[in-house]
Design a binder for this molecule. Sequence first.
Ligand code: G4P
Length: 315
Amino acid sequence: MAIQWFPGHMHLTRKAIAERIKDIDVVIELLDARLPGSSANPMLAELTKGKPALKVLNKQDLADPERTALWLAHYNAQEGVRAIPLDASNTAPAKALIAACHELAPNRRGLAKPMRVLICGIPNVGKSTLINTLKGKRAAKTGDEAGVTKMEQRITIADDFYLYDTPGVLWPKIIVAKTGYNLAASGAVGRNAFDEEEVALEMLDYLRQSYAPLLEARYKLQGVASMTDEQLLDALGRKRGALQSGGKVNLQKAAEIAIMDFRANSLGRITLETPSEFAQWLAEGQQLDAERQLRKEALAEAKLIRVKKKPAPKV
Ligand code: G4P
């Protein structure tokens, strides 16, 4: 099953970004440091027309620090891109954001040429938390200022630094199955849009290969790396008392426990993808998507061929 989820207001967000982008100097994309590739939105690059980009690896307190370093290096090696780690324990994030944006757009300084920044991110990535921290005492919701739509807020972070927040949600089309699973595991996807057991099995399959010692410590298990994902779900369910009548493991309950443990950081600091793994998943996903597209086109063509010609009009 590939997870597809369509939160509301997507068209509104696209429109707002398209309208705002011409006056923007830097686009900040908030990513979940536990799944930077999966929480990115490919549509954003297209919408923001190659503007300088600051990737903020947010919730870094939950992510594996070694892998965060890999992701930062991956982004910082790209032209017109900077990346910084962040989390909500940083009560003064403005300094780091301002410094990174100035590196990306050095000519935007002073009241005559203020820095204008747009902030985007998928749901649950921590955008409201960050914006509220940034607002602090300088809170400035300038909804009635000319050019600022009612739905958009402008936050004045410094006298010459404005941050624009966009309404609604921009959600990627999921062409990489693993991306859907990782987003669901992280809590970014609505609960009704995925099957917990399937998501937990995918997550455990990855974790047993990359983070076996953390699973062993949390669930007091041994030999996790050589278990199948089903065996692991069953074993952790048994250890955590997720049982149903007859002593069988309640797999739904066990799956919920595994997902909650991951979200709450009870397993330890984990990142569900490295840059090279993600690149490989993406290449596979793009190939499958291209094949799907070709099949669709072939079907459409076949249909056209089968369409009966109208009888010639009687004379
Ligand atoms: P959003 O606007 O992007 O949708 O996200 P929001 O700020 O509402 O944050 C979503 C959840 O993530 C919140 O938890 C928030 O406390 C948490 N969060 C935000 N930034 C960080 C961070 O840097 N580190 C950690 N560990 N957590 C962070 P919540 O209110 O409990 O919501 P939920 O988890 O029940 O969805």
